[in-house]
Design a protein. Structure first.
Length: 552
């Protein structure tokens, strides 16, 4: 639809419409004129036939009338009136009385001066129209059944033999004895005219179509295509594609425009090249310094944030660790004392259940404190040569049972040679966090019984300097507005009581110590992909990168 809209708004289409319109009007006018002439010729032919029939009847009945043999005259009228194309014949005397007719019911019928058959020769005062008796008069009317009829009225003159006849002599001064009214059917004329009209219309439409197609093809090939090339070239030039050159195929006006366009494009390309050469060096340096500043700023903000949180975490962990140990110890001791007392079973069970809840919550708080200490601890990394494949397989063994519980299928696609220098324990901790989070994300789907797939794959970069590990799940995903916060301490998307938000923070710190990167891509409802990029060799095998946090 859009393409058709573009076509109808082109100049070529307007020219095509103009040519087709002029041709249609010309052929329509020609067809109408030819049909009109053809119909007029056919009517003239019917009129001529009517005159001949009239003259034939008058001459044939003259002898019978001289002998006053009306029966013979009626037979002649009936015989001639039965011929094809003749609707009826009637002979009317001077007084308007029908004396002979092809239809017996009309014999004896009287016409008034005002009747249509009489009005051809008489005016409204009853006077004869001058010259009317000199020849034939005709009219065309439509019958009740819809057919058209040509009615020819011919004057029957008083011949000398009529005035001298002994049967019913008419005085010689009486010039007109009556009229003969002959009705000729125009059905064949109308049918032939309609056929001619249909043929003319069909041939005209075919001619319009053929000429329109030929002219449209000519316009499209010699006007529209070159113009389209020019338009496409200008559109590409507007987007900055100055290397485009149009092929000059003709030497007409469009060919000259194409040549001028090519010259303009060469000038623009040369000017842009000169400008680009002056600005490329400066732009490259500005981009490089800007990128360095942005990266440094991001690292500084992250270091300051995590360092402050590390100090706070270490202080809080030390302050609450001893009270938690006391709560847990006394809760367990109180359970034992209650069990030794002689209390009612229901009361003892209620008290023990409350104390067990206290002990469980104290243990959970202790786990949180332990994670805080891990997050804030500046433990030295022990770098050694290993393979990512070995670390991934060890992690798979540890989470295998956990994955089976949640109906999660664990698949691995590991590179054959992915050796690197790292701290295997810390990298294992990173991968364990990512794999456990992936299993829990799949289990959090609305229909976890259907299971899912957790995929771990490793590849070596094309330059051979880094190893890339991807952990992909088909879980609930992470909303886009939360992706920037998932590596912050104590930030979690899990329900209350199922996480404290330190796993990804610790993983982020470990990757940073190895001078690597960790990134995430996620689509809500479709899953997440965590990508860990690690250097295959560290700057110093025995020296870790600067660590975020403080000593516990």
């Amino acid at each position: 639809m859009r393409r058709f809209s573009r076509i109808i708004h082109t100049q070529a289409f307007r020219v095509f419409l103009l040519i087709a319109g002029i041709q249609a009007v010309f052929l329509g006018a020609l067809a109408w004129a030819m049909i009109t002439v053809h119909q007029s010729n056919l009517q003239e032919h019917v009129l001529l036939s009517g005159k001949r029939v009239t003259d034939l009847v008058i001459l044939s009945t003259q002898h019978s009338m001289l002998r006053n043999d009306k029966a013979e005259a009626q037979e002649i009228v009936t015989a001639v009136g039965s011929e094809p194309g003749i609707d009826g014949i009637r002979i009317i005397n001077k007084d308007g009385l029908v004396i002979f007719a092809t239809t017996q019911a009309e014999i004896g019928r009287r016409f008034s001066i005002r009747a249509e058959v009489c009005a051809l020769c008489h005016d409204h005062n009853g006077l004869v129209i001058p010259g009317a008796e000199q020849g034939h008069q005709y009219r065309i009317f439509t019958k009740s059944d819809g057919g058209r009829v040509l009615s020819l009225s011919t004057v029957i003159r008083n011949a000398p033999q009529c005035s001298d006849a002994s049967c019913h002599a008419h005085p010689a001064t009486k010039r007109v004895l009556g009229i003969m009214d002959t009705e000729m059917s125009l059905a064949e004329v109308d049918r032939s005219s309609q056929e001619s009209r249909n043929q003319f219309v069909t041939l005209s439409m075919i001619a319009v179509l053929v000429v329109a197609l030929v002219s449209g093809g000519f316009i499209w090939w010699f006007v529209r295509r070159p113009a389209k090339w020019l338009i496409e070239g200008m559109e590409l030039a507007s987007t900055g594609s100055l290397d485009l050159r149009l092929e000059v195929r003709t030497h007409d006006e469009l060919g000259q425009v194409a040549g001028a366009f090519n010259a303009m494009m060469e000038d623009l390309a040369r000017a842009r090249k000169e400008i680009t050469e002056w600005s490329d060096t400066l732009e490259a340096k500005v981009r490089e310094k800007t990128a360095d500043l942005e990266r440094a700023h991001k690292r500084m903000v992250a270091v300051e944030k995590l360092a402050s949180l590390g100090n706070l975490s270490a202080s809080v962990a030390h302050e609450i660790n001893n009270p938690l140990e006391g709560i847990l110890t006394f809760a367990k001791l109180s359970i034992r004392r209650i069990q030794k007392l002689h209390l009612p079973p229901e009361t003892a069970a209620t008290l023990c259940a409350d104390l067990e809840l206290v002990a469980e919550e104290a243990q959970r708080c202790g786990a949180i404190v332990k994670n805080l200490l891990v997050f804030s601890r500046q433990a030295p990394a022990t770098f050694q040569t290993t393979t990512i494949s070995a670390i991934v397989k060890r992690c798979a063994l540890l989470v295998k049972h956990y994955a089976e519980q949640h109906r999660v299928t664990l698949t691995m696609d590991l590179a054959p040679d992915d050796a690197l220098i790292c701290d295997p324990g810390q990298i294992q901790q990173v991968l364990m966090v990512l794999m456990v989070n992936g299993i829990e994300a799949i289990a959090a789907l609305p229909s976890p019984s259907s299971g899912g797939e957790l995929r771990v794959e490793s590849t070596v970069a094309a330059d051979g300097g880094t190893v890339i590990v991807r952990v992909a799940d088909v879980g609930i995903g992470i909303p886009e507005d939360l992706l920037g916060n998932i590596f912050e301490p104590f930030f979690t998307t899990k329900t209350e009581g199922k996480g404290v938000g330190l796993g990804l923070s610790i993983a982020y710190g470990i990757v940073q110590r190895h001078r690597g990167t960790i990134e995430v891509e996620s689509v809500p409802g479709q899953g997440s992909v965590f990508t860990v990029t690690l250097l295959r060799s560290q700057p110093s095998p025995t020296q870790a990168a600067p660590v975020i946090g403080t000593n516990a």
